[in-house]
Design a protein around this ligand. Structure first.
Ligand code: KIV
Length: 281
């Protein structure tokens, strides 16, 4: 038994609590060390509505470029696309803290970063933006936070660097790299990030990062020591079939269920069973 953020005692082995109040940056900071934070991605109003009240955070991730646009990587996502999808998610979900993922190139200079992050706030109801990069990008995080824009950091394996670094590489495999990651996290915390996504790192590294900083860490492929977890919804529900990383647990087999439903529909149409009287005027 342990205490959750509302101060009520609950059995953490059985998840019963739904989120009843709008989640803010301050809700999340109070959760560190108290209750694990849940985050999933969403790209449209339909699914955002299903996730509303179930998780503390929704990330409108640039992963939509792969899972929804069918591209090889996330790099061709644009600010216009991220704004469009974030507007849709904000139309569907009211309770989670919604984060717009800043796409590749949208924060390459401080001026461009501030202009695009300002657009994110002006054209959507997102409460924060996410930026990939450690201490080399901390000056951009600082500029945004000084301009009252909440920033979620992202360190470790950074998908926007996949072309320039030659692939998706797990980080934190030796002490020197763990030290670099901890330095990155400390720099982002100092720059004002309210939380940090830690992706694709060894468990030992995510533990060291989580202990070194006072803001929450949200892990993906980073083991169980982080302050929260995030998964891409089309991975966790078994819709994305191009590849399945080791860290993805599938909570349902969405692709099989869709195919079964579609094949029933096709058979019924071909057999003139659908639409029956019940579905006709
Ligand atoms: O784009 C995305 O979905 C992400 C998550 C993998 C954290 O950045």
């Amino acid at each position: 038994m342990s205490k959750n953020i509302e101060g009520t005692v609950k059995d953490m082995s059985i998840h019963t609590a739904k989120i009843a109040k709008k989640v803010t940056v301050s809700t999340l900071s109070k959760m560190k060390g108290v209750e694990p934070i849940t985050m999933v991605t969403a790209y449209d109003a339909l699914f955002a509505k299903l996730f509303d009240g179930e998780v503390e955070m929704i990330l409108v991730g640039d992963s939509l470029n792969m899972s929804f646009l069918g591209k090889e990587d996330t790099l061709s996502a644009t600010m216009d696309q991220m704004i469009y999808h974030t507007q849709a998610v904000c139309n569907g979900a009211t309770l989670p803290l919604i984060v717009l993922d800043m796409p590749f190139g949208s924060y390459r200079t401080p001026e461009i970063a501030l202009a695009n992050a300002t657009r994110a706030y002006q054209e959507t109801d997102a409460q924060a933006v996410k930026i990939e990069g450690g201490k080399d990008r901390a000056f951009i995080v600082e500029l945004l936070t000084q301009n009252s824009i909440a920033v979620l950091g992202h360190i470790g394996l950074m998908p926007q660097f996949v072309r320039s670094t030659g692939g998706y590489k797990i980080r934190g495999k030796d002490q020197a790299d763990i030290d670099r990651l901890v330095e990155d996290a400390l720099a982002l915390e100092k720059a004002g990030a309210f939380a940090i996504v830690v992706e694709g790192v060894k468990q030992e590294a995510s533990q060291a990062i989580t202990q070194a900083i006072s803001i929450p860490t949200i892990g993906i492929g980073a083991g169980n020591s982080t302050d929260g977890q995030v998964l891409v919804w089309s991975d966790m529900f078994g819709f994305f079939e191009s590849f399945k990383p080791k860290f993805v647990k599938q909570y349902m087999d969405g692709a099989t269920q869709i195919r079964e439903g579609l094949s029933m529909y096709r058979d019924e149409v071909k057999g003139r069973e659908f639409p029956s009287e019940e579905f006709s005027y």
